[in-house]
Design a binder for this molecule. Structure first.
Ligand SMILES: [Fe+2]
Length: 223
């Protein structure tokens, strides 16, 4: 689960991270809002299953790779990376992705990449680059589910964006009138999370024990 904005739409707190794990998430990935909340740095430094983007910076606390066990005992590695287009990243994901994926593959046959990025082109390019080396490249960050879930020729499942679990009667989770006011006036407007149209969005990937993807299906549950 990507949990970067579970704290009222911006960041995550240690308490909320624990709540996601208690609710059944095996690994929580994050993104560009990782360090918005107090106390999360120390928490990430200690946590092995709540991870931040691997290219978040050499001195930022936390890990970019987690390894857990699936219910049938197969090891699953999860990797989190930030995109470099339209986002402020300390290191290009391209500079570190190969080493990171090699590390993940040495520990687990199933490798899931959460690529937290803005641009569709960059997300498609990374999925293509990793095709055949990882089980899935799942895009996050835009909050808008894309209609391109597919298995690439090398056996990697990919979707440009898994979408948003949250209020869809909004501008990517924010009360629409506040987001529009900020865009129109360019004045500072305090954002508040919207409430209506709550949906669970995500993606279901089926794979064999050797990590090769067999199917990918976007999920959308309207509550
Ligand atoms: Fe984000």
């Amino acid at each position: 689960m990507n949990g970067e904005n579970i704290a009222d739409g911006a960041g995550i707190t240690p308490k909320l991270a624990d709540k996601l794990l208690a609710a059944g998430a095996d690994v929580v990935t994050l993104g560009n809002h990782t360090y918005r909340r107090e106390g999360i740095g120390d928490y990430l430094a200690r946590s092995e299953t709540v991870i931040r983007p691997a290219n978040a910076g050499t001195w930022t606390p936390g890990h970019g790779l987690a390894v857990v066990q699936a219910r049938n005992g197969v090891a699953v590695a999860v990797v989190n990376l930030l995109g470099s287009l339209f986002l402020d990243v300390p290191r290009s994901p391209w500079e570190i992705v190969d080493e990171l994926v090699d590390d993940a593959r040495s520990r687990a046959p199933v490798v899931v990449v959460d690529f937290h990025a803005e641009a569709t082109s960059e997300k498609i390019a990374l999925a293509r680059w990793l095709d055949g080396r990882v089980t899935a490249v799942i895009g996050t960050h835009t909050h808008v589910q894309t209609n391109d879930a597919r298995i690439l020729p090398g056996g990697t499942a990919a979707i440009t964006d898994a979408g948003m679990t949250g209020p869809h009667d909004s501008v990517i989770g924010v009360k629409a009138e506040l987001a529009i006011r900020r865009m129109r006036t360019r004045l500072p407007v305090r954002f508040e999370p919207a409430e209506g149209g709550v949906r669970i969005e995500g993606v279901l990937v089926e794979c064999s024990d050797d990590g090769r993807a067999r199917a990918i299906e976007p999920l959308r549950v309207v509550l």
